[in-house]
Write a protein that binds this ligand. Structure first.
Ligand code: ATP
Ligand code: MG
Length: 199
């Protein structure tokens, strides 16, 4: 099987994430893409991240009706810091002879080297990266750098640049601005029902 792993804080999940995951699914004839909210985003500790249950619920609402996607609580269910290398190791045990693809936006490609045990991550999974507000040449340079340094297998997933971020959505909600068409209506309704990001 070919299994995609789309991780993120998803605070909230939006169409940038969904288009990226769907593009990967389609381009590589995947069997499924796991949509996996990050457990303890230690690198985002400086701002209050929404409750795990809310981020999980928003993901479930967003992917409802798309059989290509599967919600995964593999990271949420673990206590303490959750590292991508541990997640991939668990998946590798579950799927010993399958292809694992880690799906990321290009900003993540510039952070991965500083993640815990990067070499093991690159050994365990192929990386699919989309460009996100970046020149193609700059992205290619970074991919080449990681290929050389870690023998990483990285592929550029061409998709239109979707200039949407969770930060921008949180900001808009806080200021009472519309976020319609940035993310699914079901998620917007949930945000308002729960009063998320309103202050
Ligand atoms: P925040 O603004 O809170 O950082 P975000 O929009 O960057 O949120 P994350 O949950 O941090 O969303 O992102 C999860 C993954 O999805 C990352 O690999 C990120 O690069 C990728 N991603 C997020 N938004 C986009 C987008 N608009 N286009 C392509 N990739 C994206
Ligand atoms: Mg981000």
């Amino acid at each position: 099987m070919k299994i995609g792993i789309m991780g993120g804080t998803f605070d909230p999940i939006h169409y940038g994430h969904l288009i990226l995951a769907e593009t990967a699914y389609d381009r590589f004839n995947m069997d499924k893409v796991l949509i996996m909210p990050a457990g303890d985003p230690y690198f985002k500790a400086d701002r209050g991240v929404s409750a795990d249950e809310d981020r999980a619920e928003m993901v479930k609402l967003a992917i409802q009706g798309n059989p290509h996607f599967e919600f995964s609580d593999l990271e949420l269910a673990r206590e303490g810091d959750t590292y991508t290398v541990d997640t991939l190791t668990i998946l590798r045990e579950q799927y010993p002879s399958d292809d694992l693809y880690l799906i990321v936006g290009s900003d993540t490609l510039f952070q991965m080297e500083k993640w815990y045990k990067p070499q093991e991550i690159f050994n365990l999974a192929k990386i699919l990266s989309s460009s996100r507000n970046i020149e193609v040449s700059e992205l290619n340079d970074q991919m080449d750098y990681l290929r050389k340094k870690f023998s990483a297998k990285i592929v550029n997933l061409y998709m239109p640049n979707i200039d949407i971020s969770s930060t921008d959505i949180r900001d808009k909600v806080k200021h009472g601005m519309s976020v319609r068409y940035f993310l699914p209506d079901s998620v917007i309704d949930y945000i308002h029902e729960k009063g998320l990001y309103h202050q």
